[in-house]
Write a protein that binds this ligand. Structure first.
Ligand code: SF4
Ligand code: SF4
Length: 443
């Protein structure tokens, strides 16, 4: 694709990087067929190629973003399905991230949108504050009928009853059982600690039982992805710097083999820290070190010789691969292989490459598209008649849960269960939890 940037524009590193990306697009349009918003809405401007044109025009003209451009960029899920499909290796992720930051700086949203996005960016990344917000949301339940749609979607997402959270906001160490084979830092996460604390618990049990020492570092926190996807560059960078400092302090104390992430959305972000700081001489090297250490939990488990007892009766697991897992980190086989080694029959839904509509804060910001994608994904999952659904990302888990009659759990919960851990605890509501407890025998 030809571009027309001035030398002055190209002297800005972010613009120069985006210009390279734009030039790599040959506008073949292969990406349109696998883009969820194009598949749903059928509008070229809601396809990757259409958005690339809009971004190119906006950046070249150094223009105030128009309402129309913002509408189509906001509708993008950042699912990165287009990157998997693109034969030319166009880095759409970095391009749309730049566009979002540009829009955030140069476009004035409505008062409601500014307040709502401000709440999301301040609330979701803070584990303790979010925990209090969940309790408050439970109290507002009788008012849900009169809330604006976006607020109602957010309030309705709170699980009932609220699980007992175990917030890791100080350094914690879980020693390896038996001879120590590895030492890892665990990213404890932000919303996951409140919504599904059983995921960290299963991860820690599974790793320590197989000779891995697990540490939660002093001073780390949200990976910054939520703010990054809202275009809020400075808070996202601040979150990333805080993590880099906390993890390298821990690493210097005693070397770690990996930084383990059990939410694939956060894993994609960590693995991109080196790009985030590529123009920052102070953090460039440090960020690179962190990106090189970041691993999805299944990547680490794959290197361990896990002793599975096997499920006591044949169980069919429908595996939902989160976009950040399959497109963001190109992890496709490992979680399924682990589940099969654990004795489960693994099946995958039709259109496995399409997003379920969760996409970080997207389900709150674009509730209609998110709900349509959820129904589509849930329909494909139901047609498999699985005993249970497994996924590797808290966002998908919470988003899909209300649309499924089958329990949905994190992959590590099943792996933990099949190797001697307790029953998984499906998130979302107690009916599913009861169903699981009654319908399945322990391994
Ligand atoms: S598939 Fe790649 S090269 Fe083709 S239009 Fe899409 S982004 Fe551009
Ligand atoms: S990231 Fe997903 S929604 Fe956005 S353009 Fe690419 S395929 Fe479409």
């Amino acid at each position: 694709m030809q571009t027309r940037f001035s030398d002055a524009q190209l002297s800005e590193p972010a613009v120069a990087h985006s210009e390279k990306i734009l030039r790599s697009c040959v506008h073949c349009g292969f990406c349109t067929a696998t883009c969820p918003t194009y598949v749903l809405l059928g509008d070229e401007l809601d396809s990757p190629r259409g958005r690339i044109y809009l971004i190119k025009d906006m950046l070249e003209r150094n223009a105030m973003p128009t309402k129309n451009v913002v509408k189509h960029i906001d509708r993008c899920l950042s699912c990165l399905s287009c990157m998997t499909t693109c034969p030319s290796g166009v880095n759409y992720m970095h391009l749309v991230d730049h566009a979002r930051a540009y829009i955030e700086k140069n476009y004035k949203r409505s008062v409601f949108d500014r307040v709502f996005r401000g709440i999301l960016s301040r609330l979701l990344p803070r584990a303790r504050v979010f925990q209090w917000a969940l309790k408050a949301a439970a109290l507002t339940r009788p008012l849900h009928g009169i809330l604006p749609k976006k607020l109602k979607t957010m309030a309705a997402a709170a699980p009932r009853p609220l699980p007992k959270a175990d917030i890791f906001d100080a350094r914690r160490v879980w020693p390896a059982q038996g001879a120590r084979r590895m030492r890892v830092i665990l990213l404890a996460g932000c919303v996951q600690q409140s919504l599904a604390p059983q995921i960290n618990a299963a991860t820690i049990r599974l790793l320590t039982r197989h000779g891995v020492e697990v540490v939660v570092a002093q001073g780390d926190g949200c990976c910054g992805a939520l703010q990054h996807h809202l275009g809020k560059e400075q808070p996202a960078l601040a979150a990333a710097r805080r993590n880099i400092d906390a993890w390298l302090n821990e690493h210097e104390e005693a070397a770690v083999d990996a930084i383990v992430v059990n939410a694939s959305g956060c894993g994609t972000m960590l693995k991109d820290y080196d790009h985030l700081f590529k123009d920052d001489p102070q953090y460039r090297q440090r960020a690179k070190q962190i990106a090189a250490l970041a691993r999805d939990v299944t990547e680490v488990l794959d290197t361990l010789d896990i002793s599975f007892n096997g499920a006591s009766e044949p169980m069919t697991v429908a595996y939902h691969s989160a976009c950040s897992m399959q497109h963001g980190q190109s992890i496709r086989r490992t979680p399924k292989d682990l589940l099969e080694r654990a004795g489960f029959t693994v099946v995958e839904p039709k259109e496995a490459h399409l997003c379920c509509g969760s996409a970080g804060a997207y389900s709150f910001l674009q509730p209609d598209i998110a709900a349509t994608l959820r129904e589509r994904k849930a329909g494909h999952l139901k047609r498999l008649h699985p005993d249970i659904v497994a996924t590797g990302n808290i966002g998908c888990l919470m988003h899909l849960s209300p649309a499924l009659a089958t329990p949905i759990v994190h992959t590590v919960e099943l792996l933990d269960w099949a190797s001697g851990g307790p029953d998984p605890q499906p998130s979302g509501n107690s009916v599913l939890r009861d169903w699981f407890a009654g319908a399945l025998a322990p391994p």
